[in-house]
Design a protein. Structure first.
Length: 117
């Protein structure tokens, strides 16, 4: 198998929740992990639909405010005792804003910190 066959194969198989959306919020790609997480909301059928349509009003406003900044935003969150690292970053096509990518990683209780100083 040629690793260059699909530039986005890494998105599909990466062990984290990943959603790649266009500038309007249309979901273009999802990782297998994201598909599993959102199985009850449609899973892979969410591809081609608007990510904002699947959030309550408060979450929509929060997410849109982050996305509208068009800069990389990182924060942590916790729900049900599970800590997560959330990264939302713009992506560009030929120098023009094309959308954003959401990556969510589960954080272990004791995450190592490697000091490189």
């Amino acid at each position: 198998m040629n690793p260059r066959t699909s530039a986005s194969e890494w998105v599909k198989t990466y062990p984290a929740e990943i959603m790649v959306c266009d500038a309007d919020g249309i979901i273009l790609e999802m990782s297998d992990t994201a598909i599993k997480i959102y199985e009850k909301k449609g899973g892979a059928a969410l591809i081609g639909r608007n990510v904002f349509d699947h959030h309550d009003t408060t979450s929509q406003k929060q997410m849109k405010s982050v996305v509208d900044q068009r800069k990389h935003v990182i924060y942590s969150t916790e729900k049900g005792g599970i800590k997560k690292l959330v990264s939302i970053a713009p992506w560009y096509h030929e120098g023009e804003y094309a959308g954003f990518a959401l990556i969510v990683l589960d954080l272990p209780d004791n995450i190592p910190n490697i000091n490189k100083d």
